[in-house]
Every structure is written in C-alpha cells, then in structure tokens.
Ligand binder design. Sequence first.
Ligand code: NAD
Length: 294
Amino acid sequence: MSLRLINGRDVAAQVTEALNDRLQVLRAQGINPGLAVVVVGDDPASHVYVRMKGKACDRMGMLSRTHILPSSTSEDDLLSLIDSLNADAEIHGILCQLPLPSHIDERKVIERIDPYKDVDAFHPYNVGRMLIGDPLFLPATPAGIQRLLVSYEVETRGKHVVVLGRSNIVGKPIASILMQKGEGADATVTVAHSRSTDLEGLCRRADILIAAVGIPLFVKADMVKEGAVVIDVGTNRVDDPASDKGYRLVGDVDFDNVKGKVAAISPSPGGVGPMTIAMLMENTVKAAEMSLGH
Ligand code: NAD
C-alpha cells in the first residue's frame, strides 16, 4: 500500500494564501486585523509558540502585539490587561497562552475575553456554540485537523473516528467538531482516554485515529487498523544531545513503526502544528470582519 503523507505545511500555506483577498477587502475599509497575545511566566514552549504567532502576523502584514508578563503578575493585573484589550479597537483577536501560573485562575481569564475576540475559542460561549454546530470560531488545533482531512479528501461521513485524549484544547473539541452534520464531519466518534479500558482494541477499530495524548511515540503498529488514516497531534520534547537545542520534537505516533500499515498519516512535526497557526490567522481575520458588523 502506498503511504500518503498529509502535509500540514502545504495546507497551512494554502489557508494563509486564501486570506490575502479577505485582508485586502478589510484594508480597503481601513481595517488591519490585530492579534494580541499574552504570555505570563517563562515556560519555554509557550514563548516559542508566542513568537511563532507573532511572526505569522508579521508575514501577513497584520498587527501583532505580544504582552510578556512576569510569573509574579497578579490575577487582577492580568484581568485589567484583558479588559483594556477588549476595549482596544485596533485589536480584533486576543489570546492568553496557557498554561498560566498556578495562582491565576485560567477559567476566570478565559471568561474575561470578549467572545467576539476569543480567537482561541476557549470561552464557554464559544465552546457552547461549537457544540450546537453554530460556531463563531473553532479552536485552532481541532479546526486545523478537520481542514487537513477535508483538504486531503479523507472521507469522514459514517467513518469511525477514535480520538485519543480528552483535553479541552484538542480531544473534546475535535470530537464535537467531527460529530456535527456537514462536510468534513458526520463521523461516529469515540473518545478514548487514560481511564478507557481496552485502549488498543478501541484504536484498532478506528478508520481515522487522532492521537492527542502527549506521550512520545505512544501509538504503535499493533494499535492501528490496516489502511487507517492517522493524525498525530502530539508535540513532545525529547532529549537529543546531538541537536543544537538539546532536544527534538516527536509526535504521539511511532511513525516508523506504523507507516507500513496505514493509508495516510499526518506526521509530527509537519502536520497539525503549522495548521494551528494558520487557523489562528483565519480566526483573527474573521474577528476583524465581524467587528465591522458591531
Ligand atoms: P493534555 O495533557 O491536556 O491531555 C492529554 C490527554 O491524553 C488527557 O485527556 C488524558 O486522558 C489522555 N491520556 C494521557 N495518558 C493516556 C494514556 N496512557 N492512554 C490514553 N489516554 C491518555 O494534552 P493536550 O493539550 O491535549 O495535548 C496533547 C498533545 O498534543 C501534546 O503532545 C501537545 O503538545 C500536543 N498539542 C499540539 C498542538 C499543535 O498545534 N500541534 C496543539 C495542542 C496540543
């Protein structure tokens, strides 16, 4: 069986290219989409993601403002910053990079963001709209997974999708997106997690397996059905003294082990990761478009 590689970099480039026309229309009306990214503390991975988001805005000529706050920042100060960004007409999208230091209540911060500027779509208002199938925004990583499947014409209608992981950021939202009615959805979805029994058996029944557990190389060939489609969301740092950085990124799927068995696979890195950034850009453009109607 010939293996299809689902290339997230290519699809992400198409997504951002398609935004250029929408940007032109907005700019003709005097609007340049603006994204504010807030990061609190010094988690190295968070800073990498925040830099990538800022650079993506720069490449598209969009306004980006990054607020880097010390880990000692109080919850009240962070909430005041969110209030000022909510009121700022130049800012159409706001995201607060998670995780936050333990003395700050993440839910309070997420709920303070204006849902119409909530480009991460983590606000309960947006989670609810996603669940009823009438989203303002979809969260970037799961939206990127769905776009990859559509772009590579992977049929989801009536297919059994098994999602490994039940986080609010990946597992739960991708399950709720793929169970909706419509193109790139209509799937029968099973969500498996750390308390599931017979995890291997569940995975082997998947036509499409989406791995989001955060455990390096967790999915092996004996966990996938012959001819399945596998989406690897995992982005895990593992020590690598041979690399300049001292680490390298690996997915949740043991690519070399499963590649002989599956019909298609989105690798990590190079699969879902670039899509996350592209979908965030799309959400920010959409937020700017919606601001015209306010
Ligand atoms: P998380 O730690 O919040 O959730 C992990 C989930 O996996 C949990 O629901 C847990 O129940 C489940 N799990 C843990 N151990 C398990 C086991 N042994 N068997 C079955 N299920 C198990 O992680 P997350 O935020 O959902 O992220 C998952 C992975 O995806 C991480 O590697 C993360 O870095 C990556 N990620 C990538 C992107 C991207 O843009 N590419 C975005 C978000 C997350």
